[in-house]
Write a protein of this length. Sequence first.
Length: 130
Amino acid sequence: MSVTDDLLNRAQAYAAGFTKGDLPMSPALPVAVVACMDARLNPYGLLGLSEGDAHIIRNAGGVITDDAFTDQIEADTGMRPPWSPESFTDPDDDVRQSMARITANPFIPHKDSVRGFVYDVTDGTLREIH
């Protein structure tokens, strides 16, 4: 079994007990946390947060960038500012485009098992995109 298959099994178990499909898009706490994407960091556990409590924006180094600001503006207003470097209306197409970027990138050495998924916020499931 691949790591991705193992993660999909975990996602199915998560969705089986999912009860948070009615959370609003806006966070319960008026806060956004920008954190490093370092896998050792768990901002939810560290800050005692649950789904729906705060916007968590993760990137390399936890650096505040134009993209981070753009993400927060979209989260707060539901709109992407016109100076956004990119936006999308179809999540499936966006995932396909992201997968294509990964497979085309010469700096990513292992591309034989690139897979993409869309998370359904209403029922907690993952749907694979081909």
